[in-house]
Ligand binder design. Sequence first.
Ligand code: CAA
Length: 440
Amino acid sequence: MTSVGIDAIEMRTGKLRLDLPETFAPAQGDDPGKYTKGLGLTASSFPDVYEDIVTMGANAAHDLMERKGLEPEDIGRIDVATESAFDNSKPVSTYIAGCLEQVYDGDFHHANKGERKFACISGTQSLDDAYNWIRAGRNRGRSALVIATDTALYARDDPGEATQGAGAVALLVSEDPDVVELSTEQGYGSADETDFLKPQQQFPSVDGKRSVQVYLARMREAVKDFESVAGKIHPDDAALIPFHTPFPGMVRKAAALAFRHVSRDTEIEEELAPEIGRQPRREAFDSEEAFREAAADYTDDLTDTDAYREWYAETVEPTLTISREVGNWYTGSVHVARLSGLKAAHEDGIDMTGEKLLVGSYGSGAQAEIHAETVQPGWADEIEALDVDEQLAARYELTFEEYEDVHDVHNHDEDAGAADVDQFTAPESEFVFDGWGRMG
Ligand code: CAA
């Protein structure tokens, strides 16, 4: 059976940067430590006034096609994942295809286009759809373009404002991929939840504290479901574990929970027992609450051990580097985490070929998915070709007053038309938003 997976990755960050400890925290009257230590963020990527989900997605896709030497006829499918869509009928992929057709001789009339929605997990669902399409033999030798693009903005003074971000990730999904091969092993945790939703509104309604608990509950279910098909996971199984990263502090909690679960009944639990005891077993407690308290205490002790710290530093921490600088990209976030981990490994000279990744995706509403990937021999060349650091460094540094103005523009505030607000970055040779038309 031919291997199928991610053949190339490109990302486009929003071109503005909002510094959280230096600019946002003082304006909010907050201790900068809440952002840098608590949430684990140093900055947000913010879209300039001429950027939106279409321009960022089209620019990422264009970069990818140029680098891989692709023409429209090489692409048989374009799926866009977003929770920032502006059209309830026409999928964002058609707008992006329209942009790309301005700069290529050919067109995408032959390509199946769609838009996936399930909050942040839809980026991974689109990847899964592309994988299934190729594995089913319906691709006629063509690749799929998966674009996860979002302006993850919150209402001013919403607690989520600190976690904002904007950017797009384009993934080329092909046979004999260069970056990672996807496996058939998957596990899900899914339930009807209302902690985070956007019913016909610009910004989400969020019960932030509850959303954290729902993330952990669904992720726990997904890990168990994954084990039901792939067998028990051992902490050493994966070289990297990229999680959906709304903010790195969320991943810190998810990683601790995952490590506790997968180290249970392994030699790691035995080795740690003299130091912190054995994991509490539910059957030993009279009430669920008493069990939860004991489990939380055990988890706190566990995260203080050298065994946990080493595991976290090797498998999780490298996946958070980009996120700390860009904030939440919703559908693109877990794909930024994978990219971040591979980039760190490349910079450290680690050969990842043949290594396994366990990818923990999540979307509010709510669903988690764990799936396995295997790193392919071409991964280092693909990572080497990216300009992530250059893009991040080129962002325009916003003052707080400028941030307020740009936020108003993206909020479609009638008093803040785009004409009144400076464009802070001057693009050359790329797609920009120009009312309802888009200029190549
Ligand atoms: N120094 C160090 N740490 C500090 C600190 C300081 N001075 N001040 C606060 N902290 C710590 C807090 O202790 C807390 O850490 P713990 O959670 O480990 O206790 C952390 O900083 C955040 O502080 P608060 O809990 O007080 O922050 P908050 O209530 O203002 O906001 C939030 C937190 C509710 C998560 C908010 O950011 C939010 O609503 N975010 C949007 C929703 C979200 O991202 N949810 C995540 C799960 S849902 C999901 O993943 C889907 C998605 O993409 C949205």
